[in-house]
Design a protein around this ligand. Sequence first.
Ligand code: ATP
Ligand SMILES: O=C(O)[C@@H](O)C(=O)CO
Length: 430
Amino acid sequence: MSIRLGCIADDYTGASDLANMLRQNGLRTVQTIGVPRPSLELPDVDAVVVSLKSRSIAADRAVTLSLEAETWLRDRGAEHVLFKICSTFDSTDEGNIGPVIDALRERAGGATVLVNPAFPETGRSVFEGYLFVNGVPLHESPLKDHPLNPMRDSNLVRVLGRQSATPVALIPFAVVEQGVEAVREALAKARTAGAGAAIADAVAARHLDVLGQAALSGPVSAGASGLGAGLARALVARDGPSGPAQPSDATRPRPTSGRAAILAGSCSTATRQQIAVAETSGIACLRLDVARMLDSGIDQVVSDALDWARARIELGPVLIASSDHPDAVKAMQSSHGGLAVGHVVEQALAAIAEGLVAAGVDQLVIAGGETSGAVVDRLGLEAFLVGEEIAPGVPVLRVTGAQHADLSMALKSGNFGGEQFFTRALSMLG
Ligand SMILES: Nc1ncnc2c1ncn2[C@@H]1O[C@H](COP(=O)(O)OP(=O)(O)OP(=O)(O)O)[C@@H](O)[C@H]1O
Ligand SMILES: O=C(O)[C@@H](O)C(=O)CO
């Protein structure tokens, strides 16, 4: 297999968001979970998105995993590697975006890395280096309350600068508006000035086209799926399309047991609203008792949740959620520690997913990036074929590989999807 574009995603939902975007813009794409084992059979594709769970781990570990993925992708012919980060730039002053960009740049010969997390379809835009979420500066958006990486600074030049070994430049709106050559020149100037990375502005799809073409002149870029779309369009414009849009197994409906479940660990405003709507539309919902898990361990909570689900699963889909209001999350974190709470809840939801699949569930919707990572790892999944789009950033995923190849899934980033997302996803997974 020889690929045209290699991608490393720092979480699993972000990876499927990117895979969806590449597919929609003409690249046959597969999403792998981690670096694939040598004997894993993958279809003939133009792009591979290697999903890591590296967003919220120690920076040195994130670097090691990303470099392993980069080696695998380059060995398969990738001329350009996109490091897929969150469109809301989820990170802390310790990383992991800066350290991974530094390592990928060094590996690829030192050219300044173009960085842009804009995703206009979901309301993320960058202007004068400031990130806006649905028209609100990042630090005023719901991301200011993120359980793992509260985003309190909207200026990405500053945010990335605090995480990086070298200075960070800005390629402002006025330059991007001038087109591809102007952006290439700005990148060259930034390199001469010693900047290892440059935040580029983009507020519309046409800017992502410019950035995609400019980025393709270098070996590495970093951004969200908007930049992925720009790169895909640039590749197709340069080299032409290559065969059918996607391996047919990705879109062919599969026989299903009819058993379906939704698991939500995201505490985002969007997910909490989607849960509320699901509850009123007749889906059986169970709220997990997080305090009980923290006080007495997860086993009894998991076992009770599975008993509850098994009693209902033949009648229709079930929804199990730990999601709570930011005030409740903060209170829990201040008494038990943020990372510890997150880990315990993720492990509980992963164990519930395992039990549900053992009970015959073959349609599974997961809300939240870390939550999705925990579930996918627990199930031992190896790769996904990318199906139809359910909502911007969320495709139908058909499992391929040795484990659970009958499973269809949706991995939803916390903030993605409209109010009816869960019912829409279930109607498309079958
Ligand atoms: N009630 C709760 N109290 C405290 N933490 C919780 C609670 N419910 C879930 N969590 C934790 O909050 C974190 C949510 O992160 P996750 O990445 O799954 O969602 P998200 O951040 O909204 O999604 P994304 O990363 O896709 O934007 C997880 O670590 C999860 O275990
Ligand atoms: O870019 C995004 O917003 C998503 O793909 C994501 O990574 C959220 O976890």
